[in-house]
Design a protein around this ligand. Sequence first.
Ligand code: NAD
Ligand code: TDX
Length: 332
Amino acid sequence: MQNLLVTGGAGFIGSNFVHYVLENTDDHVTVLDKLTYAGNLESLRGLPEERFTFVQGDIVDAGLVEGLVAQADVVVHYAAESHNDNSLHDPRPFLDTNIIGTYTLIEAARKHNKRFHHISTDEVYGDLELDDPERFTEQTPYNPSSPYSSTKAGSDLLVRAWVRSFGLQATISNCSNNYGPYQHVEKFIPRQITNVIDGIRPKLYGKGENVRDWIHANDHSSAVLAIIGKGKIGETYLIGADGEKNNKDVVELILKHMGQAPDAYDHVVDRPGHDLRYAIDSTKLRDELGWEPKFSNFDAGIEDTIAWYRENENWWRPQKAQTEAKYKEQGQ
Ligand code: NAD
Ligand code: TDX
């Protein structure tokens, strides 16, 4: 039994990880989450009280962070400002949380000599051409495009430096695009599903040719547990499930499963600096740690996700109007 401190555990992937840990291990979980617009306590409802503690607070609060890190065996760091579109309109919170927040956590982890796992993204590597035969590997040079991805890249580099200079007991994972339940309606897949539920046509940025490498959030969680359990200190592991799809195909799949015509969507103004394609080669994680994804059928995963949003309208409804109003201002 270990005590895990999970930052950002009220967000999409963090909450999935908390559920996954409580269902698949004997560990105790403490979540530290600021409950920004992206955090939702409803995503953590009904967890066993004797194995789960929630603390509302900011990861830049050094005093709070130090006390919590001191009590933990392992820190799993999910908390971040996570949405590219927001980072293009107001980058400052991304610097505060992603850079200073990560710095605050690794300082506490080094002081108390705690195992630290840093959650990051494939976006730190920039993007690929559509016909590039190569995919991202652990050796791909960093080349981030947006304020979001550059702050995530910066946070990864801080962790690497703390490993090398201070002997921080850390690992890093860079995962591709996640989908599944509890994802905020600002993100691509839930936005389109909830638009269709509301009778609004899905919105495709630009031509819709951009490719994302989709992985179910549960597979991300199982990979993180594998890295915490068996990963080598100082190493980076890429997490991906061979799920490349272009955005147009994803919208058409959603429309098909929701009984709409395949062309019942609108093209809207493109995202500035929009990364063209992400693709992950997760050979290292599979070969060295024996990890494999379980959700290999994207079609079925999307159907389940649509069903979840249909059944859990009370979870997403409070965010929907505000999110769409913001997109409307931006012509998206
Ligand atoms: P999210 O936006 O859904 O959740 C982020 C959570 O962090 C929220 O609960 C929020 O309240 C909390 N938070 C934000 N700032 C905080 C602060 N200063 N102090 C404490 N808590 C704070 O994000 P997500 O999509 O679940 O992403 C989680 C992590 O996974 C991020 O580090 C992100 O970079 C990474 N990631 C995401 C994806 C993806 O597809 N969504 C893919 C790869 C990696
Ligand atoms: O309405 C939309 N229409 C559209 O075409 C939205 C919201 C998005 N898009 C496009 C932009 C991207 O090509 O869909 C793709 C996915 O967009 P997002 O859901 O915003 O994700 P992305 O920018 O790819 O970043 C995500 O994956 C990597 C997460 O938000 C990041 O936190 C993670 O690091």
